[in-house]
Design a protein around this ligand. Structure first.
Ligand SMILES: NC(=O)c1ccc[n+]([C@@H]2O[C@H](COP(=O)([O-])OP(=O)(O)OC[C@H]3O[C@@H](n4cnc5c(N)ncnc54)[C@H](O)[C@@H]3O)[C@@H](O)[C@H]2O)c1
Length: 352
């Protein structure tokens, strides 16, 4: 089977490098409408075939899967065309530019029995996996709240604001770690460089379990920050993706609440215990993500970031942006994915 990669802009070459390493150059077809981008990248891969439109790639019966790495506003049309042509699809985050588009793509993939995977790359990071293991082992106890920050100077996107560009990473990490999706979003933010396009946003998410999370995203910050903090009632965990030596640290810190009947009433004690930094082997998340996509097509693995997961992320993104548009009031995150105890859209609900 050959695999087509659509889009060789900023991110596509990373997918191409990993895919060629995984399946060999003869099994990869590049689709890029810009001759300049083809001229810039393809000379490094002389055995990789290329064409200028997805339709040309879909005419080749040997192309069994398509990877979409184009701007968000173009995802829906390209993914739909590939699914309609019976191909499996891995689409870069976020799945689509609206909930309506995302529901359509998930329904289409499910009706046709094709894999629809979303490139939520951090779900394939060994660091995030280690954090998830710690949570599942109960090391943190009951999670109380989380914060996540993704800040830098740029890169401004032309077709979406900072929430749709950066928050898919934080949202997907949090939803994967917490094992639940938010019920409401409340956002403040500012459009500084271009009117109508947020460059900085502060999103507060609430979850049915009572967990609250604060997500800060910015294209207008003096320093690069990529960190997530989870505070449990037993321990606390800090993930700093820029720290290659000790990216994950567990802090044995907390507050000891005295027996209210006892002498120490109202006297809280603060516990300052050890800090642990586990060794986590370095493996490129994108290589893991692509291998997982192929395993999902083979049927040997169940998709970790499938269309439904991607749809949940889009539902949260849309609610977060709508809250900002409506003046910063909390907005319910409705879901089309059937879930116990959650309200859903009146229409467009997916089958159980
Ligand atoms: N997973 C990650 O960590 C990560 C990081 C960066 C970007 N992304 C995602 O990757 C996607 C692409 O982002 P980018 O920054 O590389 O965008 P980009 O604008 O730099 O590149 C997009 C490329 O797609 C090409 N293109 C657009 N429409 C096309 C079409 N119909 N047919 C063929 N080629 C087409 C353009 O010519 C361009 O070269 C986005 O969805 C973005 O969110 C993911």
């Amino acid at each position: 089977m050959k695999i087509a990669i659509v889009g060789l802009g900023y991110w596509g070459p990373n997918l191409l490098r990993n895919l060629v390493a995984l399946v060999g150059p003869g099994s990869v077809v590049v689709v890029e409408k810009s001759l300049d981008r083809i001229a810039a990248v393809i000379p490094q891969y002389p055995s990789v075939a290329y064409c200028l439109s997805l339709d040309q790639a879909l005419d080749d019966d040997e192309v069994g899967a398509v990877i979409v790495a184009t701007p968000v506003s173009s995802h829906a049309a390209l993914v739909r065309a590939a699914l309609d042509a019976g191909r499996h699809v891995l689409v870069e985050k976020p799945l689509a530019a609206s909930v309506v588009e995302a529901i359509d793509l998930v329904s289409c993939a499910e009706e046709r029995g094709r894999v629809l995977m979303v490139g939520h790359t951090f779900l394939f990071s060994p660091r995030v996996e280690r954090m998830r293991e710690y949570l599942q082992e109960g090391r943190l106890g009951s999670v109380q709240y989380a914060t996540s920050s993704r800040l830098n100077l740029g890169l401004h996107q032309r077709d979406v604001g900072v929430i749709w560009d950066l928050a898919p990473h934080d949202f997907s990490i949090l939803f994967h770690l917490l094992g639940e999706f938010p019920v409401s979003a409340q956002t403040s933010g500012r459009c500084v460089v271009r009117s109508g396009s947020l460059d900085v946003a502060f999103v507060n998410l609430s979850f049915a379990s009572g967990i609250v999370a604060s997500v800060d995203v910015s294209w207008l910050a003096p320093r690069k920050t990529r960190s997530t903090v989870l505070v449990g009632d037993r321990q606390m965990m800090v993930y700093d993706d820029l720290n290659n030596e000790e990216p994950v640290k567990i802090y044995d810190k907390g507050v000891v609440i005295p027996d209210p009947e006892g002498f120490g009433e109202h006297q809280l004690t603060y516990r300052h215990g050890d800090v642990q930094a586990p060794f986590i082997p370095a493996r490129e998340p994108l290589a893991q993500e692509l291998a997982h996509f192929l395993a999902c097509i083979d049927g040997t693995e169940t998709c970790r970031s499938d269309g439904r997961f991607g749809l949940h992320v889009v539902e949260a993104l849309e609610a977060a942006e709508r809250s900002w548009q409506e003046g910063g009031w909390p907005v319910d995150v409705e879901t089309a994915v059937p879930e116990a105890g959650r309200s859903g859209y009146a229409t467009g609900r997916l089958a159980s």
